[in-house]
Design a protein around this ligand. Structure first.
Ligand code: ZN
Length: 160
C-alpha cells in the first residue's frame, strides 16, 4: 500500500482534498499506524493555526480567518466551482475542529465542575431542609415543655 505524506495529511485535516479521495485517506488511516501518527501531528499543527478558543474575540477571529480565506481564494482567481468547494470545506473543517474542542470543553465543564457543584448544592439544600423542621420542632417542644412546667409550678403555687 502507498503511504500519504505529512503535507497530504495536513491537507486532509484542513479539508483541502477532493471529496472523492477522502475515503482513500480514511481507509488507509484505519490500516496504517505510521500514517495515523502523521495525521495526529497534522491535527495538532492545524490546531495551532486556529484562533485561541478562550479569547473573548473568538467569533471575530473566526470571521477574520474565514474572510481572509475568501479573499485569498478570490485573489487566486480560481474558477467559481472550485472556489466554492474550497471555501465550504475550509469552513466545514474549522467548525469541525471547533465543535470537537467546544464539546470537549462542555463535557469537562458540565460533567466535572457543574456536576460536583450541583451535588454540593443538593446536599446543602437537603441538609437545610432536614435541619430546619428539626430545629423548629426542638424549639417548639422545649417551649411547650417549659410552658407546661411553668403552668404546673403556677398551679402548685396557687394551690398552696
Ligand atoms: Zn500509511
Amino acid at each position: 500500500m502507498s503511504h500519504f505524506s505529512y503535507e497530504e495529511w495536513l491537507n486532509y485535516v484542513k479539508g483541502e482534498i477532493p471529496d472523492d479521495t477522502r475515503a482513500l485517506y480514511e481507509d488507509h488511516l484505519f490500516n496504517c499506524e505510521a500514517c495515523l501518527e502523521l495525521y495526529s501531528e497534522a491535527i495538532s499543527f492545524h490546531e495551532d493555526t486556529l484562533p485561541n478558543l478562550s479569547s473573548s474575540h473568538f467569533a471575530d477571529d473566526v470571521m477574520k480567518l474565514i474572510e481572509k480565506e475568501i479573499r485569498q481564494s478570490e485573489r487566486n482567481d480560481q474558477i467559481t466551482d472550485f472556489k466554492n468547494k474550497k471555501q465550504k470545506s475550509f469552513v466545514q473543517s474549522v467548525w469541525f475542529h471547533y465543535a470537537t474542542a467546544a464539546s470537549f470543553t462542555l463535557i469537562l465543564t458540565f460533567s466535572g465542575v457543574f456536576q460536583s457543584m450541583y451535588g454540593v448544592i443538593e446536599k446543602f439544600e437537603n441538609n437545610a431542609q432536614a435541619k430546619e423542621p428539626s430545629i423548629t420542632e426542638t424549639v417548639m417542644n422545649k417551649t411547650l415543655s417549659w410552658l407546661d412546667e411553668w403552668e404546673e409550678d403556677n398551679k402548685e403555687a396557687k394551690e398552696k
